[in-house]
Design a protein around this ligand. Sequence first.
Ligand code: FUL
Length: 481
Amino acid sequence: MKQSISILIVVILFVSCSVNRPPEPYGPLPSERQMEWHGMEYYMFVHFTVNTFTDKEWGYGDEDPSVFNPSELDCRQWARVAHDAGMKGIIITAKHHDGFCLWPSQYTDHSVKSSAWKNGQGDVLRELRQACNEYGLKMGVYLSPWDRNSTVYATPEYLVYYRNQLGELLTQYGEIFEVWFDGANGGDGYYGGARETRRIDNRTYYDWPNTHKTVRELQPMAVMFSDAGPDVRWVGNESGIGSLTNWCLLNKDDMYPGGDFAKILGAGHENGTHWVPAEVDVSIRRGWFYHQSQDSMVRSPENLMELYYSSVGRNCNLLLNVPPDRRGLIHENDVKSLLTFRELRKKEFATELAKGKAAVSSVSRGKNYSAGKANDGDPETYWSAPDEIKSAFLKIDLGMETEVNRILLQEYIKLGQRVEEYKVEAFIDGEWEQIIDGTTIGYKVIRKFPAVKTSQIRVTISRSKACPAISNIELFRAPGE
Ligand code: FUL
């Protein structure tokens, strides 16, 4: 008898210890810098260079630097607009394909120092840094690998030039949160007067691993973006559409910037080798640079809201391009749209209905991982199931009949991206009715559905690579249907 009691105690202790320890991480995990990046969610892209003044999208590289002459350049206005629009940072085209540098690089004269602006004494990067500091924004840089101005482009010497410039940007302008490596390489250009077509092999020419090393050394917290990461990947289109199935995972070592990968970049690789989440880059206007002819074609606040759902709502970050005009200001039409979108967003997510409501689950791994951890408003706590359980549900009791039409779900991604399939049901007239289903969750999904009146919501994780870990469930009643 005594012996069986002690065996029982050992078993109980074992079970309670094992259910109260956190789940093992599964698969590739986000780095600290990537975790910071996920939290950025929505930030501004600024395309600004000689093209703004020549009315082009891709400068040939033979532009006279004197054409760059904004009459009222005010980076503080950009930062104020970004801040008021609810954005968390600004990424600027320090150098686009035409090779003109917005900062006075010591490695070329093809820059602001040869322009009429401020008699060649100006530095857009410095002004932007100060403005970002003032408005509490992070700053990132785009340095085009393709340079249609450089005499040495397509020779090994260009890599030295490119890395020197990167060095300037990463040492002289404070903390950089993201470095943007574009994949475009069109071929023809000015190239110091040669006016010819130069082709390079995207796979080998840029020797990316060594450039990445430089960035890591100079700015350890900066994420690097390109078609193939290493930290953040392109979503595969420029129309603002994230994939409904979106793995933060990628076989990045089989890929390179400028390769033909657009089709797979939206979904990523379900069993990818590395954590490389997707970023949606899209412009508020048709072009990336300012063109007066597009003043009446600025995306409406409602359209921006759609973009928000198809990017942030689909486990992507949203990098929204807002190109300054020839004055060096964000145009009034763009400002209006951005600020109205901000108001719409506030209304859309005005009242969160799930927080602190009674929650139960089909299973849990113990009190530290109980259902209530998914709606306690704390991103560091999460509901989870015992190791072997890969399908389970969680129910939130709203306490009374309540109208809802939006749900926000988040996985505790520090343990990896695990969920493969889920569904959401509402308890209506005594029965469970499915309102949406989906595949991946990841950092965040926000889903819309026609308003239902219900007292209970049930989220079922139907398939998961390992026991699910859900850190957040939020419910809203947005205006409209
Ligand atoms: C593309 C570039 O060619 C466009 O000009 C723009 O900079 C966009 C964000 O990336 O590849």
